[in-house]
Design a protein around this ligand. Structure first.
Ligand code: PBE
Length: 307
């Protein structure tokens, strides 16, 4: 049986960093002297490198913006690869208690699995709270009113996502299965979303998604719920830029993956007016730069520029 454990790790990770943001930050680093034992330059140890994720991620651009804006990140570089590679690098660093700075976002199981903290971002390059929104192509309301109504109603609370993402980790990231079990265990939610909606007979609907965990979970739940109403649902994983252009052109019907207002804000603006925003499907998300908690820095400004 599926056990939706209460796991507060992710929440703890979030609130701790919020608490840290409120504290005074007396600078204890003796910057200017990287030679003494206890003030060794962690930035140098990290090779002035941020461990990033996919080149096409919205956050990859935000990280570049941070590098450009913060004096403390002058001369730094972001190494891009994939979320999976970043998580491996993070796990390895923690095992060896080495310094590392990574592109981080929540909800994600990384905050439950690892003891990590967001660095304060006084310039608010990463913004404050993010939400994940549902956008649909123009005309969907008229063409597929049943799908439109369901997509408009889909909405989760943050702990639901956190638990699901943690479960996914234990289920080899089989999101079809994770989503199916969630639907099976939450019939009242599904009823709330589908109440009064006319079933259809095999109408095709195409959803684009970005392949990170949270979005994969929500989109798979959407697929199951739409299928229960008689839709034939096709899921297409794409990069954020393709996601917006596919909805704007009408090639795809809907997506539950845009992160707003910071992460995909530029894309949103580029295509604004060419899609309909049905509002948040998840609130309380966040992105930023994170480090293991054993690292003695709290803010992006505690880093040191490369020579
Ligand atoms: N991310 C973080 C997505 C949205 C926020 C990696 C999950 C992205 O950067 O595009």
């Amino acid at each position: 049986m599926f056990n939706w454990r209460k796991n507060l790790g992710i929440i703890a990770g979030l609130s701790l960093s919020l608490v840290a943001a409120g504290c005074g930050t007396e600078e204890s680093n003796d910057s200017g002297n990287g030679q003494t034992e206890d003030t060794s330059n962690v930035s140098e140890e990290m090779g002035y490198q941020i461990t990033g994720i996919e080149p096409g991620a919205g956050q990859t651009q935000t990280n570049e913006k941070a590098i450009a804006e913060y004096e403390s990140l002058a001369g730094w570089e972001q190494e891009t690869s994939s979320a999976a590679a970043m998580l491996t690098a993070l796990g390895d660093a923690i095992e060896n208690e080495e310094p590392i700075i990574v592109a981080a976002w929540s909800p994600h199981y990384m905050f439950a699995k690892y003891d990590i903290k967001y660095l304060e971002d006084p310039e608010l390059i990463f913004g404050e709270e993010e939400h994940i929104t549902t956008i649909v192509r123009q005309g969907l309301k008229e063409d597929m009113p049943s799908a439109y109504t369901i997509l408009d109603r889909l909405h989760w609370e943050l702990p639901v996502f956190q638990e699901a993402l943690l479960e996914a980790q234990e289920m080899d990231f089989d999101f079809e299965k994770v989503a199916q079990e969630w639907v099976d265990e939450n019939p009242e939610k599904v009823t709330e979303w589908t109440e009064g909606v006319e079933p259809v007979d095999g109408t095709s609907i195409d959803l684009v998604l970005t392949s990170w965990d949270a979005e994969t979970f929500s989109t798979n739940v959407a697929k199951i719920v739409l299928e229960q109403q008689g839709f034939d649902v096709m899921l297409t994983p794409v990069d954020p830029s393709i996601m917006f252009s596919a909805i704007a052109s009408g090639d795809s019907d809907a997506t539950l993956s845009p992160w707003m207002p910071a992460t995909h804000g530029a894309l949103y603006e580029e295509y604004d007016g060419q899609f309909e925003d049905l509002g948040p499907n998840l609130e309380g998300a966040r992105i930023g730069l994170a480090v293991p908690s054993y690292m003695d820095i709290d803010s992006i400004e505690d880093l040191e520029p490369a020579e």
